[in-house]
Design a protein around this ligand. Structure first.
Ligand SMILES: [Cu+2]
Length: 260
C-alpha cells in the first residue's frame, strides 16, 4: 500500500458525530442517526424541523399549481388562451416571498456555521491524515501516532459492522472538547481544524467523504468514546504500543517535500 499523502482529504465532522449508540445506520432507517454532540443536534434540528418542512411545502405548492393549470386550462375547457404576460403584483410576490424564505433559512444556518467554526478550548487534539487508502491519526500532545485500516470481512468479529470496522480505533474521552486537525479540499498545504464534543459513550463509525480513488469505499473511521478513566488507561497502552512518533508526520512538511 502506497504511503503517498493525498493532497485533498476532507474528514467531515458529520462522520464523527452522527452514529447510533451501537453501530451505523439500521436497515431501512430514515433520517440521521441519533446525534451525540450539540453541533449535530443543531444540524439535525435545522434539517428536520426547518429545511424539510419548507421543502415539502414548496414542492406541494408547486405541484398544486401545475396540476391546477393542467386541469383548469386544458385545451378542451379553455379553447382561447389568455395572452396576459405581465402582472406587477404577482411578480413582486414571487420575488419577495422566496427572499423571505431564504432569510428565514439563513439566520439559523449562519448561527450553526459559526458554532461549528469557533473552536472552544480543546481538551484533546487529534490530527487526522488521509492516505491511500486508510487513515492515520496523531495525538501531538501525547506523542502518539498510528494508522487505522479497515478490517476485512472475513476477519470480522461478532458485532463488528462490515466495511466500517478498523483495526485501531480513535479513542476520545466523553464530554471533552476534541479538536481535529484535518486537511481539506482545495487548500493545498493548509491544515484546517474542526471540533466535536461527544456526550455519550459508544462506538461510532464514519466513512471517507472525499471520492479519493479506487479504495475510497474501504477506508472507514472508527471512533470510540469512553470515560475519562478508560481514556487515560488507553493513553498508557497507546503510548507503549504506538511509541514511534514519525518524523515526517507533519502534513505541511510532506507537501513541501513533494513539491521539491
Ligand atoms: Cu475517500
Amino acid at each position: 500500500m502506497t504511503k503517498k499523502l493525498l493532497n485533498k482529504f476532507y474528514l467531515s465532522l458529520v462522520l464523527f458525530i452522527s452514529p447510533s449508540t451501537l453501530f451505523a445506520a439500521d436497515n431501512w432507517q430514515m433520517g440521521f442517526n441519533e446525534s451525540v454532540t450539540s453541533v449535530m443536534d443543531d444540524i439535525v434540528h435545522l434539517h428536520d424541523r426547518i429545511l424539510l418542512p419548507i421543502i415539502v411545502a414548496i414542492s406541494v405548492f408547486v405541484l398544486f399549481l401545475l396540476l391546477y393549470s393542467v386541469i383548469r386550462f386544458r385545451a378542451s375547457k379553455n379553447p382561447i388562451p389568455s395572452k396576459t404576460s405581465h402582472n406587477t403584483f404577482i411578480e413582486i410576490l414571487w420575488t419577495v416571498i422566496p427572499c423571505l424564505i431564504l432569510i428565514v433559512i439563513a439566520v439559523p444556518s449562519f448561527r450553526l456555521l459559526y458554532k461549528q467554526d469557533v473552536i472552544p478550548k480543546a481538551d484533546v487534539t487529534i490530527k487526522a491524515i488521509g492516505y491511500q487508502w486508510y487513515w492515520g491519526y496523531e495525538y501531538p500532545d501525547q506523542n502518539i501516532a498510528f494508522e487505522a485500516n479497515m478490517v476485512e470481512t472475513k476477519n470480522l468479529k461478532p458485532n463488528q459492522p462490515r466495511l466500517l470496522e478498523t483495526d485501531n480505533h480513535v479513542v476520545v474521552p466523553v464530554g471533552k472538547v476534541v479538536k481535529v486537525l484535518v486537511k481539506r479540499d482545495a487548500v493545498p498545504g493548509r491544515i484546517n481544524e474542526t471540533w466535536f464534543k461527544a456526550e455519550k459513550e459508544g462506538v461510532y463509525y464514519g466513512q471517507c467523504s472525499e471520492l479519493c480513488g479506487s479504495r475510497h469505499a474501504f477506508m472507514p473511521i472508527t471512533v470510540r468514546v469512553v470515560s475519562e478513566k478508560k481514556y487515560n488507561e488507553w493513553l498508557k497502552e497507546a503510548k507503549a504500543k504506538f511509541a514511534k512518533y514519525p518524523e515526517n508526520n507533519a502534513v505541511a512538511e510532506n507537501l513541501i517535500k513533494e513539491k521539491k
